[in-house]
Design a protein. Structure first.
Length: 584
């Protein structure tokens, strides 16, 4: 030390990072790195990111370099034949723990375990990696990883090229290097992150309570199946950074962020939620909520469900706008699904027909993309219901086949279960089977608005009108801004019609038709309700609209396939339609 300099004696200073690197180089796996060492890296100067953007950038880059150096030494140690087989596998698994979504590292660990004769260990590594990919990104491993797992099971790995982990880029060690773009493996679904709620105000709030709400929101988003969401565990160490949104966008390909604040009030809690796009920072949606503690933190929180259902339409609109001038051929599965749904909402026959072709193409191109199959089944159901089908029996078989395939391969798809039950009841009168499927659907996706929606008509048709109204009111509360709002109102109108509350059925039915006047099912129910309350002028106006959209409509043929379980109730409905002037 002199008047101008303070120098450290390198021989007298020991750095943990250097010690760990040297141990790995010597073929020793320190206990601190057996779990991967992610916490050691993430906790480095934890909290100091707030010093400023330049320091935060330097610290992030330093952490990436440290992680890359650990991975490099673990890979080299795992390849050393002078080390014991157990230690080599431990090194490979430690590398995978440090880069938990790294497919190259996963394949290397699987191949190494298999080459050393431990097939069970190799398949355990794959199983854990598969579960992690599904939980954190709602994705499956790439085809290369799946093929390797199949080859290990069949004992045919010699036919595959041995895969060793490529050097992880220094700028982004957390991102794997799959054989195909993430957008393709993820069917083009956007990735979203939910940030912890920021507590504001002078009254303290326990962290685990806000974490519980965020977990509920993440769970609800995951059940949507049309968007991937990053788990809290994966981003918790980043949330205090001032540039957290930029880091999520760069390192995790996150396209949308849901953030918010919470403060204690006299009546409970006040929440402000904001949904933004990461690439340009545009605020897509913001909403304030006043909720009680019970409503906020119950396991299947309506608050979380409401937040998710309010933000989803804004996400979909953003994705549609982002398609720009892309041709249909260049769209991903998710983009084709959104484009097709946009066309379906019009209920214009040529546009709906075009949407059906897009959905059939999406299913053929991406057969493992479940939402496209569910959407195509919904398309068939609407096509039949609107009276456009040239072969209703064949189309109804297509509906059942499509949905049976979905629920066979994905028992968690509550919407598919509920939609299958709806169509079995409406088109095949298999009411008891439908009611059983509804129970399974609500267990799979409790509180989901669309799942609740599909259960409503069958309940109304089987003399359970009160339960139908309750479920459909709940579904409506969760979908205040939805392009299919007309369908939610129609089903609720139908439930009131079945309950004999014809004035409410007519009022809600007219509201549904104001949103979309081409929905023939809504036209029929609202016409009957208007006749029942004596509004003959309105009923004849709606009857004329029915014949304009369905020139071949006949009451007698309609009643044969109408959904009421009781034939007498079907006959009464037919009488109302005849009184409106519709031909028998």
């Amino acid at each position: 030390m002199d008047r101008t300099n303070v120098l450290l004696d390198q021989n007298a200073v020991q750095c943990d990072i250097t010690v760990l690197r040297d141990a790995l180089k010597a073929g020793v796996l320190p206990p601190a790195l057996r779990g991967g060492g992610g916490e050691l890296v993430n906790d480095l100067l934890y909290g100091f990111e707030a010093l400023g953007d330049r320091f935060a950038d330097w610290l992030a880059d330093t952490k990436r370099q440290i992680t890359a150096s650990y991975l490099d030494r673990m890979e080299k140690a795992a390849n050393r034949t002078d080390l014991s087989p157990q230690l080599r596998i431990d090194m490979a698994e430690a590398a995978l723990a440090l880069d938990p979504l790294g497919e190259n590292v996963c394949r290397f660990a699987m191949s190494l375990a298999n080459d050393l004769g431990d097939i069970g260990r190799a398949l355990q590594i794959y199983s854990a990696f598969y579960a992690r990919m599904e939980a954190e990104l709602d994705m499956e491993p790439s085809l290369a990883t799946q093929d390797l797992a199949a080859s290990i099971k069949l004992g045919t790995t010699n036919e595959l090229d041995k895969t060793t982990p490529a050097s992880t880029p220094a700028h982004n060690p957390a991102v794997s290097l799959p054989n195909e773009p993430a957008a393709l493996r993820n069917h083009g679904r956007p990735i979203m992150a939910v940030l912890p709620l920021q507590v504001v105000g002078t009254q303290p709030l326990q962290t685990h309570l806000t974490d519980m709400l965020v977990d509920n929101v993440i769970m609800k988003i995951t059940r949507q199946r049309e968007i991937s969401v990053i788990s809290q565990v994966s981003i918790r160490h980043l949330t205090d950074r001032p540039d957290v949104v930029a880091v999520l966008s760069e390192n995790f390909n996150v396209r949308y962020v849901l953030s918010g604040t919470i403060r204690i009030t006299d009546l409970g809690y006040h929440l402000n939620m904001a949904f933004t796009r990461t690439d340009d920072g545009v605020l897509l949606w913001a909403h304030s909520l006043e909720v009680t503690e019970d409503a906020l933190f119950q396991a299947n929180s309506d608050t979380a469900e409401q937040v998710v259902h309010m933000l989803m339409p804004h996400l979909q609109r953003s994705e549609i706008q982002g398609m720009g001038s892309n041709t249909i051929e260049n769209l991903s599965a998710y983009q084709k699904l959104l484009k097709a749904q946009e066309l379906v909402y019009t209920l214009s026959k040529p546009l709906v027909e075009m949407a059906g072709g897009m959905l059939q193409d999406a299913v053929a191109t991406w057969p493992d993309y479940v939402p496209a199959r569910v959407a195509l089944a919904d398309w068939y159901s609407l096509w039949v219901g609107q009276g456009w089908s040239q072969d209703p029996q064949a189309d109804m078989r297509a509906i059942q086949s499509m949905l049976q395939n979905v629920v066979t391969n994905d028992a968690r798809s509550g919407r598919a279960l509920a939609m299958l039950g709806h169509n079995l009841a409406i088109y095949a009168r298999r009411y008891d089977e439908a009611l059983s499927l509804f129970e399974d659907a609500l267990r799979a996706t409790p509180g989901d608005a669309e799942t609740l929606l599909w259960t409503g008509p069958t309940l109304a048709y089987t003399d359970q009108e009160g339960e139908a109204i309750e479920r459909l009111l709940q579904a409506s509360r969760l979908t205040l801004d939805n392009p299919l709002r007309f369908r939610y109102e129609h089903f609720l109108s139908l439930a009131y019609f079945a309950a004999g509350n014809m004035s409410e059925a007519a009022r809600i039915g007219v509201s549904s038709l104001m949103r979309n006047s081409r929905y023939t099912s809504s036209l029929r129910v609202t016409t009957g309700a208007c006749v029942a309350i004596g509004d003959m002028e309105k009923s004849r106006e709606l009857g004329a609209r029915i014949l304009l959209l369905e020139p071949d409509f006949r009451v007698s043929e309609f009643i044969k396939r109408q959904g009421f379980r009781d034939p007498a109730r079907r006959a009464d409905f037919g009488d109302l339609l005849r009184r409106a002037g519709l031909p028998n």
